[in-house]
Design a protein around this ligand. Structure first.
Ligand SMILES: NC(=O)c1ccc[n+]([C@@H]2O[C@H](COP(=O)([O-])OP(=O)(O)OC[C@H]3O[C@@H](n4cnc5c(N)ncnc54)[C@H](O)[C@@H]3O)[C@@H](O)[C@H]2O)c1
Ligand SMILES: *[C@@H]1O[C@H](CO)[C@@H](O)[C@H](O)[C@H]1NC(C)=O
Ligand SMILES: *[C@@H]1O[C@H](CO)[C@@H](O)[C@H](O)[C@H]1NC(C)=O
Ligand SMILES: *[C@@H]1O[C@H](CO)[C@@H](O)[C@H](O)[C@H]1NC(C)=O
Ligand SMILES: *[C@@H]1O[C@H](CO)[C@@H](O)[C@H](O)[C@H]1NC(C)=O
Ligand SMILES: *[C@@H]1O[C@H](CO)[C@@H](O)[C@H](O)[C@H]1NC(C)=O
Length: 377
């Protein structure tokens, strides 16, 4: 295959000189990528990546994708069907992933040769996955997390990139943005943000791996800010879903989005003072907030919850409506609640607190518009 170090003109013309100098011929095939996770977004990520590894000389063509094995109704195994049809028939039906995507049910085997690890599972599974991977990955591996969520620690929230860094001893960037997976699968244009800590050259490599003419990626130095945006907007999306379910209209939803954005910023800066205001105006911030409150599964399930008057729990609705896909917003609201409760700070976050109280059945959905900003309840 005729590979090039050039990117499409649409994707970062500014990076052209850097790409030419960073990837001399001697560096051919230095990087081998594994995607850990294969749900809806994980499968789309594998498709984006696979289109670039065959295009750029610095990557091995093959992209391994770790698949949490399951039996399909037909009796076949999901990995076998992905390998055979090149399609994730359960989580992304109808979309070809690229012939260079190889499904692997064995986690350790999937990561053992890779030095670029892409983490994209529902966040509740990451602790267990990291425990299984500790000591089993290459010493020169770098990570990137596409996962939205956090862990609750005594000291406060701890982000998934931090969990990966601590447990695996590798640097971990993040990629977040206004990225509803099914729309990107159809190659409709969107943007995304890579957040990195220190090493700009590693961040540029992640940008190159993900960027396509329909997926424009920008790197900024604020890993916590980018990750908190992606995580907290799911809580706001639950609130937006309640408003939709109660048919309260577009003004109300805009108000929820505005209040939610302020709480996202305040929460992030309270725990991580280095978070930058400008991050909230990147794709990972306000753009992701808007798309998640308009489309997205968190909005959809919260809409159904409100229409049902809270008679069906979120767990029941998740099972009924999402066919194995996972809801993140309710769990994140719980996590946010726990870290705020420890400090007695709930009153400073009335929207986040109301989402938690409603989703656990302690308040009715209509309470979402009875919050008063900045006053204790
Ligand atoms: N779907 C989107 O539009 C989208 C967009 C951006 C970010 N994200 C984020 O991406 C992450 C992954 O979401 P997704 O949409 O790829 O997944 P998903 O919700 O579509 O699928 C769930 C996945 O979890 C796997 N799974 C089930 N039980 C498991 C277990 N015990 N251990 C490990 N894996 C198990 C399933 O096999 C499946 O691959 C989430 O953090 C999500 O917030 C999703
Ligand atoms: C998937 O494909 C790869 C490469 O063709 C092969 O080595 C592997 O055994 C296949 N795995 C499954 C579960 O089908
Ligand atoms: C992480 O990045 C820093 C800064 O670029 C670098 O010094 C360090 O060696 C990296 N750590 C690992 C484990 O790769
Ligand atoms: C950044 O990481 C690359 C390897 O990915 C390494 O070669 C380089 O020295 C690092 N830069 C810094 C400043 O640590
Ligand atoms: C992609 O983003 C870069 C900035 O990061 C910008 O210069 C470029 O115009 C964008 N491309 C498109 C098609 O929006
Ligand atoms: C919000 O605006 C859209 C677009 O005009 C419209 O279709 C929708 O009905 C409005 N929602 C409500 C609840 O009025």
């Amino acid at each position: 295959m005729n590979k090039t170090v050039f990117s499409s003109v649409l994707c970062h013309p500014l990076l052209f000189p850097l790409r030419l100098s960073s990837f001399p011929a001697g560096n051919a095939k230095m990087y081998k990528v594994t995607v850990v996770g294969s749900g809806n977004w994980g499968s789309v990520a594998a498709k984006l990546i696979a289109s670039n590894t065959v295009k750029f000389g610095s990557f091995h063509d093959e992209v391994r994708m770790w698949v949490f094995e399951e039996k399909l109704p037909s009796g076949e195994k999901l990995t076998e069907v992905i390998n055979k049809t090149n399609e994730n028939v359960k989580y992304l039906p109808g979309v070809k992933l690229g012939k260079n995507v190889v499904a692997d049910p064995d986690l350790e085997n999937a990561v053992k040769d890779a030095n670029m690890l892409v983490f994209v599972t529902p966040h509740q599974f990451m602790d267990g996955i990291c425990k299984r991977l500790a000591g089993k990955i290459r010493a020169d591996a770098e990570g990137i997390s596409l996962i939205k969520g956090m862990e609750v620690k005594k000291e406060g929230p701890s982000m998934i990139s931090n969990l990966i860094t601590k447990q695996l001893g590798i640097n971990c960037s993040v990629l977040m943005g206004a990225n509803i997976a099914n729309e990107i699968a159809m190659e409709k244009f969107s943007e995304a943000t890579v957040g990195y800590n220190q090493n700009k050259s590693a961040a540029d490599r992640w940008v190159q791996l993900f960027c396509t003419p329909y997926f424009n990626v920008t790197a900024i130095q604020d890993v916590e800010g980018v990750e908190l945006c992606g995580t907290l907007k799911n809580v706001v999306a639950i609130a937006a879903g309640f408003v939709d379910g109660l048919e309260m209209g577009n003004n109300t939803k805009a108000a929820i989005m505005r209040i939610g954005l302020k709480e996202m910023m305040a929460f992030s800066k309270m725990w991580f003072p280095s978070v930058k205001d400008s991050t909230f105006f990147e794709s990972c911030g306000v753009a992701d907030l808007i798309t998640t409150c308009m489309g997205g599964r968190n909005r959809k399930v919260a809409d159904a919850y409100a229409r049902n008057g809270g008679k069906k729990s979120f767990d029941e609705l998740e099972a009924e409506m999402l066919h194995g896909q996972k809801l993140q917003g309710v769990l994140t609201a719980q996590e946010v609640h726990e870290v705020l409760r420890d400090r007695g700070w709930q009153h400073m976050f009335p929207l986040f607190s109301a989402v938690h109280a409603i989703s656990t059945g302690r308040l009715p959905p209509s309470a979402i518009v009875k919050i008063s900003e900045e006053k204790p309840r």
